[in-house]
Design a protein around this ligand. Structure first.
Ligand code: PEP
Length: 265
C-alpha cells in the first residue's frame, strides 16, 4: 500500500496545500471551501491521499470535516496544534481532537509561529504530538533574508530539520515545506535554482537521519501564484506548493492545482 510519505504515489498530480492563515471571515470561507471542492470535481485520489489540501483557521475544521466525504479529492489540515492530549488544558487544541474533526495533516513550525517565539524543540514536540494523534506533520523550514545574505541558508534549514529528526522516529510519516521567510507574502518568489538547491540539501539531511530522502514529499512555499506555479512545479525536486495568499481565491488556488496536475501528466 502506498504510504503518506511516498512522493511518487498517485495523487493525481503534485501536492498543493492552501494555508489560509487567520482569514477569511465565515461567509467567505465557507464559499471559498465549497468553490474549491466543486472546482476539484471528481479529481482522482490515489492510495497516497488527496493532492489538494486546505488549511483553514481552526473553527472551520469541524464545519468542513462534515462536508468532506470519504475519498474526497481535498484533504483538511490544521495550522498548528498543542502538544497536549485530551485533558485539563484550557485553551489548547490537541492533535487527537483535530483528527476527530476530520483533519489529516498539520503544519508545524510555520515561520509566522517561529517569529512568535516557537523554538526548534517546541516544533519537534509538536511534530511528535501530531504523529501520536495520527496526523501527518508538514514541517515548515526556511531562512530569513539576513541568514540567506550571510550564506547560512542550508545551515539554518538543517538545524530546523535536525530537531525534528532527532525526535520523530525515521519510519514515521513526515512532509517538509521549504519556505524562505523573505518570500512569504512578499511577492518575491525564490528561483527554481534556489529551491532545488535547498530541497536537495533537505533530502540529504533526511537520509542522514535514516529517512527516505528521495521519497519524502518536499513542498515549496513563498509567494506561489497561478503565474509562477507551473515553472516551479515542473521541477522534479519540487513535490508541491504550500500557498498562502493565492489560496484565498478559488480560481487562483485551482489554477495552481491544475498547474501541478499538468506538469505531472
Ligand atoms: C505561507 O504563509 O505559508 C505562504 C507560503 O504564504 P504566501 O504564499 O502568501 O507567500
Amino acid at each position: 500500500m502506498a504510504h503518506w510519505t511516498d512522493r511518487r504515489a498517485d495523487r493525481g498530480g503534485k501536492i498543493v496545500a492552501g494555508n489560509w492563515k487567520l482569514q477569511p471571515p465565515r461567509g467567505e470561507g465557507v464559499e471559498l471551501f465549497r468553490a474549491i471542492l466543486a472546482g476539484l470535481g471528481d479529481a482522482p485520489v490515489g492510495a497516497g491521499g488527496p493532492g489538494a489540501w486546505v488549511i483553514p483557521p481552526a473553527p472551520y475544521l469541524g464545519l468542513f470535516g462534515g462536508e468532506l466525504s470519504l475519498g474526497a479529492p481535498l484533504g483538511l489540515g490544521a495550522q498548528d496544534l498543542s502538544p497536549c492530549g485530551y485533558g485539563a488544558h484550557t485553551g489548547e487544541l490537541g492533535g487527537e481532537l483535530l483528527a476527530d474533526f476530520g483533519c489529516a495533516l498539520v503544519l508545524v513550525g510555520h515561520s509566522e509561529r517561529r517569529q512568535g517565539g516557537e523554538s526548534d524543540p517546541e516544533v519537534a514536540e509538536k511534530a511528535l504530538a501530531a504523529d501520536r494523534a495520527g496526523l501527518l506533520p508538514l514541517l515548515c523550514v526556511g531562512e530569513s533574508e539576513v541568514e540567506r545574505d550571510q550564506g547560512d541558508t542550508i545551515a539554518v534549514v538543517e538545524r530546523q530539520l535536525a530537531a525534528v529528526l532527532a525526535t520523530l522516529a525515521p519510519e514515521r510519516p513526515l512532509w517538509v515545506a521549504y519556505e524562505p521567510v523573505w518570500a512569504i507574502g512578499t511577492g518575491r518568489t525564490a528561483t527554481s535554482e534556489q529551491v532545488v538547491e535547498v530541497h536537495q540539501a533537505i533530502r540529504k539531511s533526511l537520509a542522514r537521519g535514516g529517512r527516505d530522502g528521495a521519497g519524502t514529499p518536499i513542498l515549496y512555499g513563498g509567494s506561489v501564484n497561478h503565474s509562477n506555479a507551473g515553472a516551479l512545479l515542473a521541477e522534479e525536486e519540487i513535490d508541491g506548493a504550500l500557498v498562502g495568499g493565492a489560496s484565498l481565491k478559488a480560481e487562483s488556488f485551482l489554477a495552481i492545482v491544475e498547474a501541478g496536475a499538468t506538469v505531472s501528466d
